[in-house]
Structures are given as structure tokens and as C-alpha cells.
Design a protein around this ligand. Structure first.
Ligand SMILES: O=C(O)C[C@@H](Cc1ccccc1)[C@H](O)SCc1ccccc1
Ligand code: NI
Length: 187
């Protein structure tokens, strides 16, 4: 089981490396890691489990955050409809690649956080509003997914981790709270 003790924090060199492509088919070790990463997200969103194991809530996690410099990430974005148990977007993305994106940008109104950053870093984090991402799943099946809204932001945050980019690298240091022209704040 992954806990917060397994998550490396800013300053650890692995967070600034370019992660390496994953060779398919996955080794059993990487299959286990992928499953554990997805389970961590589900556990972190379960109030009882999160409290018991002192987990910070997460909707995404990238392998470099558990000190594995491989192009592998997991997302588990709950539905915006509280009545629904079905997640809005959930899964393991292997060797993900954004093959196209909108010119239009978006951002979260209150900025972003990170499981690897134990401090608040206020500021607007501009992201592509829509992305088309190609990736392989745990079974080696290739997928092409068009994402928008919150899932698109989460996947971009995680793909940044594969490229050694932290969310605050994207905040304008001169004017952190400035809204870039035409940006569409995610409501
Ligand atoms: O550190 C990570 O990569 C996980 C982040 C991903 C993320 C942060 C901000 C915006 C999009 C994705 C964690 O999920 S941050 C904690 C969190 C938990 C629930 C909802 C939003 C953010
Ligand atoms: Ni992060």
C-alpha cells in the first residue's frame, strides 16, 4: 500500500528528472506499482481510510512522486455529480502523450497543490482547456482520449511530473494572481 511516507517531496532530484518511457509489456513489478498508485488515490478519497493512514487527498499521482522515474501515472477524478459513484475519469496512463490541444487556456480558480509540495503556493496555473492524449493502459492497449475541464487539468499536472515540471513553474512570478488574457476559469 502506498502512503504519504512513499511520496517524495520538492527538493528530491527525481522530481526534476525527465522520466523514461516504459517498456511494454509491463513487468509484474510495474503492474503492481500502477495498481498501487490507483489504489492510493481511491484510498485518499475515502474519509475513513484517509484518516486511518493519514493520506492527503489526491486525484492524480505520477510515478516520479514515488521515486520511480518512469512515464506512468494514475488519475482518479470523482464525478462532479455527488449522486454518482462513477468517476469522471479514472485509470493508469502509460507513456502518455498530448497529441493536440486547444489554444484556449483554463485554470482552477484557487490555483493548484501537489502531494509533493508541503506548502501553499498561491497563483494561477494556466493549462490547455482541451487536450487529446494518447496512452497505453495496464494491458498494453492504446487509447486516444479527448479531455476537457478538471480531468484535463489533472492529466496535464501529472504529465508535467513526468517532465520534471512542478505546478508553480507555470505561475507568473511577476504577477502570480494575474489571469492571462482570454483564460477560462474552471467553474
Ligand atoms: O501532486 C499531485 O500530482 C496530485 C495532485 C494533482 C492535482 C493538483 C491540482 C490540480 C490538479 C491535480 C493532488 O491531487 S493535489 C490535492 C487535490 C486533491 C483533491 C482535489 C484537488 C487537489
Ligand atoms: Ni503534483
Amino acid at each position: 500500500m502506498i502512503t504519504m511516507d512513499d511520496i517524495i517531496r520538492e527538493g528530491h532530484p527525481t522530481l526534476r528528472k525527465i522520466a523514461k518511457d516504459v517498456k511494454l509489456p509491463l513487468t509484474q513489478e510495474l503492474v503492481q506499482l500502477a495498481e498501487d498508485m490507483l489504489q492510493f488515490l481511491k484510498n485518499s478519497q475515502d474519509p475513513e481510510i484517509a484518516e486511518k493512514f493519514e493520506l492527503r487527498g489526491g486525484v492524480g499521482i505520477a510515478a516520479p512522486q514515488v521515486n520511480v522515474s518512469s512515464r506512468l501515472l494514475a488519475v482518479h477524478v470523482p464525478s462532479s455529480d455527488e449522486e454518482s459513484d462513477e468517476p469522471e475519469f479514472s485509470g493508469v496512463l502509460i507513456n502518455p502523450k498530448i497529441i493536440s490541444h486547444s489554444v484556449q487556456q483554463t485554470c482552477l480558480p484557487d490555483g493548484e497543490g501537489c502531494l509533493s509540495v508541503d506548502r501553499e503556493v498561491p497563483g494561477i496555473v494556466p493549462r490547455h482547456k482541451r487536450i487529446t492524449v494518447e496512452y497505453y493502459d495496464i494491458d498494453g492497449i492504446k487509447h486516444k482520449e479527448r479531455l476537457r475541464g478538471y480531468p484535463a487539468i489533472v492529466v496535464q499536472h501529472e504529465i508535467d511530473h513526468l517532465n520534471g515540471i512542478m505546478f508553480y513553474d507555470r505561475i507568473d512570478p511577476e504577477n502570480p494572481l494575474a489571469l492571462p488574457d482570454g483564460i477560462d476559469i474552471l467553474g
